[in-house]
Design a protein around this ligand. Structure first.
Ligand code: SAM
Ligand code: SF4
Length: 328
C-alpha cells in the first residue's frame, strides 16, 4: 500500500510516533511524579501489544511514519517488552526507547535481539545522594551499569538525557560533559519543562540551553553541528571527543519543526506534549473499527495539531497530565 504524508494545518509533516507502553514506573523522579506516587491506570485499560502494533502499523503503512520510540512511565517495567519490540521491529522504522536504565543490565541483550537499535537513558546526577533525592530510588550504580550494558548490547548510539534544574543539578553540567566523553555516550541536556506532577516548575529553575553550551565550551570547546529536524541542537567537541545535544524546549521551542505525535498507555492520542485535548483511540481499536476508520481519526487529530506551546506566555495552560503519563 502506498502511503500519504500526514500534514498538519501548519504545513508540518508528522512522521514520528512516541508510544507510552505503560504509565507505571519503578522511580518517582521529583520533576516528573509527585512524592506520593501516581494512581496507576487499571491494567485492562492499558493497550494490549496487539492494539499498539496495529496502531503503529497504520501510522507506518498509511502515513509513512519512519520513527517509533517507546517510552512510559518506565517502558522496561512492561512485562514481555521484547515481544512487543519484535513485532514493532517488523514495521521497518527507526525503533528506539527512552528508559531510566535501571533494569538494562538484565534486559539490554533481549531488547537488542528483539530488534531495538537505540536507547536514551535518563540520568540527572552523578552523585549517589543527589540521585536518590531526585529519583527517590538509591539506584545510581544500577543505572551506570545499565549504561555499560546498553553499550555492550550494541545499542548505537547510547544517549543520556539529563534534565537541568537551576540550583538542583546545574553544578554538574561540566561533570556530565566529561562523563559523556569518557564513556563514549552523547549527553543531551534538556530544559526543565512545566510537566512535573508536583507543580514545582517555575522559570527560575530553567537553565537555558545557551548557558549550558557556554559552560561546557569553557572546559571543552565545541562547535555547532548543522541542525536537522531533530529537537536537539548538536555540538561537537573540537578535540574529537564526541558530541553533546541541548534541547531548548522552553527558551527556544522547536515547535515549527515538530513531526511528533504520542500515544499514551491507555490509548489517548496526543498531538503535542502540552496538548490539552486528547483523542481516545481505544474505543476504535477495541470496537471493531477498520484500519480506514483509525487512519481517519489519526488524520482528524493531526489536523488540529497546535502551532506550538506557549510556555512563558500569559495564556499558557499546564496540561493536567504529568510527563510520566504522557511519555517524554
Ligand atoms: N521512564 C523513562 C525515562 O525516565 O527515561 C521514560 C519516560 S520519561 C517521562 C521520558 C523523559 O522525560 C526522561 O528523559 C525524563 O528525564 C524527561 N522528563 C520528565 N519530566 C520532565 C520535565 N518536567 N521536564 C523535562 N523533561 C522531563
Ligand atoms: Fe519514571 Fe522516567 Fe518519570 Fe523518572 S522520568 S519518574 S523514571 S517516568
Amino acid at each position: 500500500m502506498s502511503s500519504t504524508d500526514l500534514i498538519d494545518s501548519h504545513g508540518r509533516t508528522v512522521r514520528d510516533l512516541r508510544i507510552s507502553v505503560t504509565d507505571r514506573c519503578n522511580f518517582r523522579c521529583r520533576y516528573c511524579m509527585p512524592a506520593e506516587g501516581m494512581t496507576w491506570v487499571p491494567r485492562e485499560e492499558i493497550l494490549t501489544f496487539e492494539e499498539i502494533v496495529r496502531f503503529a502499523r497504520i501510522c507506518v503503512e498509511r502515513f509513512g511514519f519512519d520513527g517509533i520510540r517507546l517510552t512510559g512511565g518506565e517502558p522496561t517495567v512492561r512485562a514481555h517488552l521484547p515481544r512487543l519490540i519484535e513485532q514493532l521491529a517488523q514495521l521497518g522504522t527507526d525503533l528506539s526507547m527512552t528508559t531510566n536504565g535501571a533494569t538494562l543490565r538484565l534486559l539490554a541483550g533481549d531488547l537488542a535481539e528483539a530488534g531495538l537499535r537505540r536507547v536514551n537513558i535518563s540520568l540527572d546526577s552523578l552523585h549517589p545522594d543527589r540521585f536518590e533525592k531526585l529519583t527517590r530510588r538509591d539506584d545510581l550504580e544500577k543505572v551506570l551499569d545499565g549504561i555499560d550494558a546498553a553499550r555492550e548490547a550494541g545499542f548505537d548510539p547510547v544517549k543520556i538525557n539529563t534534565v537541568m534544574m537551576r540550583g538542583i543539578n546545574d553544578d554538574e553540567i561540566v561533570d556530565f560533559a566529561r562523563f559523556g566523553r569518557e564513556r563514549g555516550v552523547t549527553v543531551r541536556f534538556i530544559e526543565f519543562m512545566p510537566l512535573d506532577a508536583g507543580g514545582e516548575w517555575n522559570e527560575n529553575l530553567v537553565v537555558p540551553a545557551d548557558e549550558i553550551v557556554e559552560r561546557i565550551s569553557e572546559a571543552f570547546p565545541v562547535a555547532a553541528v548543522t541542525r536537522g529536524s531533530e529537537p536537539a541542537e548538536r555540538f561537537r567537541y573540537l578535540d574529537g571527543g564526541g558530541e553533546i545535544g541541548v534541547i531548548a524546549s522552553v527558551t527556544k521551542p522547536f515547535c515549527g519543526n515538530c513531526d511528533r505525535v504520542r500515544l499514551t498507555a491507555e490509548g489517548e492520542f496526543r498531538t503535542c506534549l502540552f496538548a490539552l485535548d486528547e483523542f481516545d483511540m481505544r474505543p476504535l481499536l477495541r470496537g471493531g473499527a477498520d484500519d480506514e476508520a483509525v487512519a481517519e481519526a489519526i488524520a482528524v487529530a493531526v489536523g488540529e495539531k497546535w502551532a506550538g506551546h506557549r510556555i512563558g506566555q500569559v495564556n499558557f495552560i499546564r496540561p493536567s497530565k504529568s510527563m510520566s503519563q504522557i511519555g517524554g
